[in-house]
Design a binder for this molecule. Sequence first.
Ligand SMILES: [Zn+2]
Length: 492
Amino acid sequence: MGGVRKILHLSARYQHNWIKPVGFDTGIKVYNCRTQGKVPFIVRNKDSVTWYTCGPTVYDSSHIGHASCYVKLDIIRRILQNHFSLNLITVMNITDIDDKIITKSSASKISINDLAKIYEKEFWEDMHILNVLKPHVIMRVSENIPLIERFIMKLLKEGHAYKDNDGSILFQIGTYGKLQNVNREQLANFTVWKAAKENEPSWMIQCGAGRPGWHTECSAMASAIFGSEIDIHAGGIDLKFPHHENEEAQCCAYFSKQQWVNYWLHTGHLVRNAVKMSKSLQNTTTIRGMLELCSGNVFRMMCLMSHYRKNMEFSEEYVHAAKTHLETYTNFLINCNIIINNPYKPHIEIDVLNDCVRQSVTKFSDALKDDFDTAQCIKIIDNLISVINRMLHNSSQMSHLQEITPLIGACNFVTNMLHMFGFNLSNRHEISESNETELTNILTKFRQNVRAIGLETKNSNLISLCDSVRDDLYKLGVSVKDHKYISLWSKI
Ligand SMILES: [Zn+2]
């Protein structure tokens, strides 16, 4: 047999049907890859929603394909937590033992352990720059061998897995074949435990020395922490088959269940000129490289503008479009802030604006309920901002203070939306603080030049205007000293 068994025909127990969970209906409709349509998103317990994400294999710098997957999932996590008030419990694995790590380690002469640590550290730094929330629990394969062993031993004992001639353990597909619309011909038994090889790291478990197979590490770790039913399991669309397929099959076998994961979330590819960006095609760039072209906030806007399931085009035009969007939002908030804090206010049609804000809030929430349609959310915000901008632009009369309240309401809505989607707005404050010195420099230099003209032309009006600027600055804690044509300033 050469160790590889024939693909078994699927048993009568095989079925495609998705089983609707019992629990709290969130009101959200989410795409389901099994039914190939949108289904109600029902969580077992809204105060403990379980979410497992397949993490990276840490053998190299993460590329922007990873960035798009994890930023898109981060956006969904924030929507569920912040907009729908679900209490999520999130877990991610780190694959720190793998063929690619072993190959790179022997080529670079860096130990497997050190190599994995270097790239894992870099991965979390990248995620931090992209403002991706950390999972609550991080599970490294090398630290969880005992629970992987427990998982494999049960599969063996119950006949769902068998020992191959070389000592590897294989999963017997077809025992529980609960798959996601793939051809039967595509199914094959897969390795649960790879037998130890010379010069490769291995662990001794009851069924022999070796290391875990990739699909099994996720199944074992996710089920060890979350048990026989998981609300959400997420990853890039590439993982749908065979990785997620095999994870589901193993866990259904392990727990003797028809369904392990209730909802699979798959993010679309990142593409350039309609071709998937990937390391193997050598048309990708690292996250660090990407951040030289656009900020984490701009990248997040790109992800929002494209639906999470769709492929996202990484092009100069798209980066530019996202940058423009973000600037429009920021400028809108700055303009509103100026108007709100200025005694002269343009006339605002309260009823029209109130109506517009109310409708936007409802439509925004409806779009999020429709399979997290963030692209639609962005259009709704765009529309609200353009209505307000038009209103402000066309206004010729000044208004009373109370007419400003719907404008503040609109501002709050846009600001909350930016926070909710995970934009890092703290940079703006940092910039404004460092700009304080620069602003004082500009003002002092301008005053110095005006004063020099005043002195040369003996224009006492200019001199006295300069004196009043100096007195106003003093009240703000800035002391200006004039030395003939030169003016210097310091903080008091
Ligand atoms: Zn996985």
